[in-house]
Design a protein around this ligand. Structure first.
Ligand code: ADP
Ligand code: MG
Length: 461
């Protein structure tokens, strides 16, 4: 009965998924109306429970109506998680469930495109992260060209290692996966191992624990291309660094390609041993710069086209102007708009974008300070900064001061009393009066309105 349930589940979810998540299930036994299934790690148990628990229950019921509940448990007592430090246990504990195993399942759903039966070391690649979907612009063209070069000709002189660095969400992981896809496609016999530095460390620790470091070394040294993402994770992890250094040397000596990414250039990796830093920097070092408006716009256009949704140019301009931090957030905003439009069957418009992305846009609003407003306004009207806070009531001073108060109300989150205080300890009613007076003038005097709009624009960009 258990064998049949497994077989049915395997048919339903497919071989890849089954092997990734479900293969290690064992039946502990039947206890009254409850079937107890074991998995080796807490991580797997939770994953299987949340993703396949209901299905298991249904399948079981259909095979054996007497079973009312399916309980999924961890096979052995879970060991404490050695997550933070590069600490090693005093004695090897081969009986403990391997940490490597508990981390082995990929966080993303396995992709059918992955053909990584060759080695357990290969972490599934994200199907979307290819060269085709990578949008090239000024800030990333150099890194992109280097990545292409390495993908076409691994171990080209001067390109080994390839060290990619840049801020969060600028495409480092995307480029690394793209290299891996391209190499695998051009030569299926080549083994490309991609993993985060964090995973490298966990695997190393697990190998030490289970006294299988020889196997660890051999497996790693047999790959043709080794890619380690987010190397900065190894800062301060001396033992893992040391191991990585040896792996690195062994591979480079054999003419194997190494690709590494980090959030900083090798020279800034304080806490990484000098000799490793030196070796990391002796190939090609390429950085991904912060995006420009043009690149953000091209990325949005590409993503909208790929998703086959109609996004008005004005909406793309809005997103590209406001969400400047990183591509991941830009993508997230677009996805939200698309999901919202699909859900309600309404087209995407500037208004709906403001509504749906209210929180995101607000979080990205440029923070303008009251001082900045006072300075810009004083400058604009040829006044001194002190005039903004003085008691002078002359019209040529009082009106600009009102404009500054109005802008402070519009562009900052400050309350009326707070604004009053910052304008020479004035009362909140004074600020209120200034705001309504300026609003009124804007509707009456076109030149004045233009003036205020200009100031606003200068402060906002
Ligand atoms: P990093 O590893 O540098 O933190 P990622 O590679 O994970 O960043 O990129 C974050 C997201 O932004 C991914 O979904 C990626 O596809 C997307 N992205 C980043 N740069 C580009 C680009 N130039 N073209 C298309 N998508 C990009
Ligand atoms: Mg990354």
């Amino acid at each position: 009965c258990w064998a049949r349930i497994r077989a049915r589940l395997r048919d339903e979810v497919g071989e890849v998924e089954y092997r990734t998540w479900l293969r290690q299930m064992t039946l502990q036994g039947i206890d009254g109306d409850e079937a107890v299934i074991l998995l080796p790690t807490r991580f797997l148990r939770d994953w299987v429970n949340s993703h396949y628990g209901d299905r298991l229950r249904v399948l079981w019921q259909s095979e054996d109506a007497a079973i009312r509940r399916v309980e999924i448990r961890v096979a052995q007592a879970a060991m404490p998680e050695p997550v933070t430090a590069d600490g090693f246990p005093a004695a090897p504990r081969p009986e403990a469930p391997g940490l490597a195993e508990s981390l082995a399942p990929p966080l993303r759903a396995p992709e059918p495109r992955v053909s990584d039966q060759r080695s357990d070391w290969v972490v599934p690649l994200e199907a979307r992260f290819t060269f085709d979907t990578f949008v090239v612009g000024k800030p990333n063209e150099f890194a992109h060209a280097c990545a292409r070069r390495v993908a076409e000709r691994p171990n080209s002189p001067g390109f080994n290692p390839l060290f990619l660095y840049g801020g969060v969400g600028l495409g480092k992981t995307h480029l690394m996966h793209a290299i891996a896809w391209a190499i695998r496609e051009s030569d299926t016999a080549r083994t490309v191992a991609y993993m985060s530095a964090e995973k490298f460390m966990y695997r190393f620790i697990a190998a030490l624990r289970s006294q299988s470091t020889m196997e660890f070394k051999e497996t790693l040294r047999a790959v043709d291309v080794l890619m380690i993402d987010d190397l900065q994770f190894l800062i301060g992890k001396d033992n893992t660094q040391e191991e990585f250094f040896h792996t690195f040397n062994a591979l480079v000596d054999q003419g194997k390609q190494i690709v590494v990414s980090s959030d900083k250039p090798p020279s800034d990796l304080a806490g990484i041993e000098d000799r490793l830093r030196t070796r990391l920097g002796c190939g090609m070092v390429a950085d991904l710069h912060a995006t420009t408006y043009e690149l953000r716009l091209s990325i949005l256009q590409a993503k909208a086209a790929a998703a086959q949704v109609l996004v008005p140019p004005k909406v793309m301009e809005l997103l590209a102007t406001k969400i400047t931090s990183n591509v991941r957030e830009l993508e997230g905003a677009l996805n939200r708009l698309v999901a919202h439009a699909n859900l309600f069957g309404r087209p995407i418009t500037v208004d709906s974008a403001h509504e749906v992305l209210h929180d995101v846009l607000r979080a990205h609003e440029k923070r303008v300070s009251i001082e900045e407003i006072q300075r810009k306004v004083a400058e604009h009207y040829n006044l001194r900064l002190t005039d903004m806070v003085s008691a002078r009531r002359a019209r040529n001073v009082a009106r600009p001061r009102q404009v500054a108060m109005y802008l402070a109300k519009q562009l900052t989150q400050r309350s009326l009393p707070e604004i009053g205080r910052r304008f020479g300890n004035r009362d909140h009613t004074t600020v209120m009066h200034a705001v309504s007076r300026v609003s009124e003038l804007i509707t009456q005097d076109a030149a004045f309105a233009e003036d205020v709009a200009l100031l606003r624009k200068m402060l906002e960009t």
